[in-house]
Design a protein around this ligand. Sequence first.
Ligand SMILES: [Zn+2]
Length: 340
Amino acid sequence: MNNEQTNAASLRPCPICKGDETRLLFAVRDTDRRTDLQFALHGCRVCGGGFVWPRPAADILAQLYDDEFFSKQSRRGLLASCFGRFEDALFRRRVGFIDRHVHPRCRRVLDVGCGNGKFLRAMRDGGREVLGIEPSPAGAVRAREDHGLEVMGLPVLEVDLGPSRFDLITFWHVLEHIDDPAAYLRHVARWLAPGGRILIAVPNFAGIEARWFKRRWAFLDIPRHLYQFTRRGLSQIATQASMRVVRDDLRLAEYSFPITVLNFCSVLSGDDPLLVYHLVKRQRQYAARRRKQIQALLILGCAAALSPALLLINFVTELCHSANGLIVVLERQEDSHATD
Ligand SMILES: [Zn+2]
């Protein structure tokens, strides 16, 4: 990244809302430490969102989504095993969340960017017909082998599943990784049955903690997150895809409180804000470094001691609808006209 590129990028319209009031927010090192590169995050004054520009080149993108990215939830070791069981319980709980708040009668579910397939497995175990799309070969293989799921290993825009196939299509923390989110939504919306819905979960760039912690915010994940969304930005993307927002007030604690803890840990983690996260996930570049492990354990001890205060901070951000995660539910505009 050089000054000329940065200045040119500052003049770009916002790719989320098309507004022309954009500016450079800050440059940040690859937060997952898969490369040593820096990336520039630009912000939009109109929708409040952000975007990475210049975009990472194709060879860099390949390094960002290696096999480890998809296999990290299935590692061995006591901590990783406990984390895996905890995660399984969260996914089972998510089935009830869908029934109560998103689509009470959904029978056919498509998960776009299904990763290791744990959400789809929970939905299938709850009696739904499920299908996954996962363009990454490593992720698709894991979902098939670990859970026996039907998963299409193709880019979404190359898939055609025909009309009226699904009651619910989900994007769990996927849209922020995609080059053209509105085009994706337009494409998959054709597969919805009448009254079908799309669920989108993303990090909330307008949240209180995102604004406090800035480049140390644990959900930033640059440059894998090409976009940083807000409620207003998601509403704009929905309109561009001929959809409308029917709910934007939903929340799941697993997308909020753990991030509050990691944000606190980042303050004590020196030049690697996600040190604790990397060690819990047993990423290979940290697994054998004893000094880093001790440092992470001490930081986690501090977080545990201060957990009542962190819970209070999280409670306040939830109360203000300004937590770390956003969940919105969309319907096709033509469906809402039909029921008017
Ligand atoms: Zn914007």
